[in-house]
Design a protein around this ligand. Structure first.
Ligand code: ZN
Length: 217
């Protein structure tokens, strides 16, 4: 195993622990993957593992083109969905899937989730929201959508986000959950209409005048 793969395994395991410690997944929930460009391979979390105690060696390496396991382990059942995202969005080099309760609750309730913070405008934009589906149907939906947005919320389930690095894909989920909590807090105070989204003009202004400083991490 080369040094890059070792580092990738460590980062991916750390991200899963971070998701758990931040309450963005339950102990068996969520999954993540990242591309190992040198090897034309993908590292992905194993199926049904305790994410709190996930070790670097538990991660499963699969062939990027065929999705076949290289070595040992059983990949996440969402492998097809991850491959569909990479297939649809060439800028995606990492995918993170989590179950952030506020974001998923707000979107499942039918709230038209907009853009609420400068960070969201810069890194994520407006997430797509789709009805609950799984397996092949979910992979097909992702194939159709992943080229046109940065994150997809699946009602009654969770969110998929992707990016050029695993940390950026992870950050998108934190940013969306943070915005969702703000929406709920404001709406509780004002009886449902407390928080407006940022206008399209403001989003354009943010995109024009600010650059995320952590893009390359
Ligand atoms: Zn899930």
């Amino acid at each position: 195993m080369n040094h890059r793969e070792q580092l990738a395994r460590q980062t991916l395991a750390d991200v899963m622990k971070k998701l758990y410690s931040r309450g963005l997944i339950s102990v068996y929930g969520g999954n993540a993957s990242m591309v190992l460009s040198d090897d034309n391979a993908l590292l992905i979390t194993p199926s049904g593992f305790n994410k709190e105690s996930l070790k670097e060696e538990d991660l499963v390496k699969v062939d990027f083109a065929s999705g076949k396991v290289l070595g040992e382990g059983k990949p996440s059942s969402e492998l097809r969905t991850h491959l569909a995202i990479y297939g649809a969005n060439k800028e995606a080099k990492a995918v993170v899937h989590a179950h952030p309760t506020t974001l998923v609750g707000v979107c499942t309730a039918g709230y038209d989730f907009g853009v609420y913070t400068p960070e969201q405008a810069l890194l994520v934009g407006k997430p797509m929201v789709i009805n609950f589906c799984m397996g092949e149907e979910l992979a097909e939906r992702m194939s159709a959508l992943a080229g046109t947005c940065q994150a997809v919320v699946v009602k009654n389930h969770g969110v998929f986000a992707w990016g050029p690095t695993i940390m950026e894909a992870y950050a998108k989920i934190e940013i969306l959950e943070e915005a969702a909590k703000m929406v709920v807090a404001g709406n509780v105070i004002m009886g449902g209409l407390g928080v407006s989204s940022i206008s399209d003009e403001q989003v354009l202004d943010i995109l024009k005048n600010y650059r995320p400083s952590h893009k390359s991490q």
